[in-house]
Design a protein around this ligand. Structure first.
Ligand SMILES: [Zn+2]
Length: 115
């Protein structure tokens, strides 16, 4: 590979990563110029940019699903109305039993792996 090709490939990979931000106009002026310059010489990046712009365009014009939004709002209202029951702290006895169970399970596991 010629040194010039290496520079092109490095720039190409850099520009590919910047294309989504180029498409939504959030690059710095210097980055924007660098991408512009590369786009003038790279068919792959121009095609990639066209794909991004198409996706962006569809996204911006996609209808908002009002039914889903109002359904979610109704669900949240029902959850709020129902209230959240207070979590009952475990008693000392219950925690000991849980710890014993975990210890028994892990020693059983260790035993199985040591066979
Ligand atoms: Zn490129």
């Amino acid at each position: 590979m010629v040194a010039e090709d290496k520079v092109f490939v490095a720039r190409h990979e850099e520009v590919l990563l910047l294309l989504p931000w180029y498409a939504n106009g959030s690059l710095s002026a210097a980055e924007h110029r660098a991408v512009d310059q590369h786009l003038g010489t790279c068919d792959d990046c121009r095609k990639e940019l066209a794909d991004f712009q198409q996706i962006q365009n569809r996204w911006q014009h996609a209808p908002v699903d009002l039914a889903a939004e109002s359904g979610f709002a109704r669900l949240m209202a029902r959850i709020d109305a129902a209230g959240i029951p207070e979590a009952k702290p475990a008693t000392a006895h219950e925690s000991d039993r849980a710890a014993e169970g975990a210890a028994a399970r892990s020693s059983g596991l260790l035993h199985r792996f040591s066979e």
